[in-house]
Ligand binder design. Structure first.
Ligand SMILES: [Fe+2]
Length: 247
């Protein structure tokens, strides 16, 4: 694991953060869940300041006991779920360049931090993450089970939508950090389905293109309450896989 080196950020980094932050806040004004805006304020994120993980962690600690853990980039599944089980959210601390404002191949801190961290102020959201990590860790050496768990993670934490006053709002970090996907997810083009664990387990996802469907939750409590159904499905899938390999 690494530490954020705050004094290595250059004026260009601050400018990139400011441009991305201001542009996305405009896009999110009427489209993101109120919990995200609340969270953003509670952890003091601003356009003119790249978040300092030490300060953010002190605030998060008091709210939900979660922390940001700086990582160099995408980490192995096991490390990822172990960190989540310790209430640590892995996040990169490098930022894209001015020439990459609209697209980068790997998640940078605008995705990891701006996209994910504000919702770590919500207890049900945090407990859902903890629950997912425990289920995944029980089957960490089973690639097929981890693939199923990544579908749940993908269609909720990364690309989830949520009803608020009968309107669909964004809570998935993959949408929050992308102006193109913010616009698309609010259009009439994709399919919107009610949150359904079995349906998600049966849904493939593609990392290299925009989503064609989104699952819409009623509340973060609903996510948390779906953990037993997720666990039951996973236990059954693991048993079936065992039976298949024994035959
Ligand atoms: Fe992410």
């Amino acid at each position: 694991m690494i530490q954020q080196q705050y004094d290595t950020y250059t004026p260009e980094h601050f400018e990139v953060w400011k441009i991305l932050f201001e542009r996305q806040m405009k896009n999110l004004e009427t489209t993101v869940t109120i919990k995200y805006i609340d969270g953003l304020q509670k952890i003091n994120f601003h356009a003119d300041r790249i978040p300092d993980f030490k300060e953010t962690n002190a605030l998060l600690e008091k709210l939900t006991g979660w922390h940001i853990q700086a990582v160099p980039g995408i980490i192995p599944d096991k490390d990822f779920f172990v960190l989540l089980s310790q209430k640590k959210f892995p996040a990169t601390c490098w930022l894209r360049q001015m020439s990459q404002l609209n697209y980068i191949e790997e998640p940078d801190m605008f995705h990891d931090v701006f996209g994910h961290i504000p919702l770590l102020t919500d207890l049900h959201y945090c407990e859902f993450l903890s629950g997912l990590s425990k289920i995944a860790l029980a089957h960490i050496d089973n690639a097929q089970i981890i693939e199923l768990m990544s579908r749940i993670y993908w269609f909720t934490i990364e690309f989830g939508l949520k009803f608020e006053n009968n309107q669909r709002k964004i809570y998935g970090a993959g949408i929050i950090s992308s102006s193109g996907e913010t616009e698309y997810s609010m259009s009439h083009a994709p399919v919107f389905l009610p949150y359904d664990v079995a349906e998600i387990f049966a849904s493939h996802f593609f990392k290299d293109r925009i989503q064609n469907k989104y699952f819409v939750i009623e509340s973060f409590e609903q996510l948390y309450n779906s953990l037993p159904a997720i666990e039951e499905y996973i236990e059954r899938a693991a048993e079936n896989l065992l039976n298949i390999s024994a035959n």
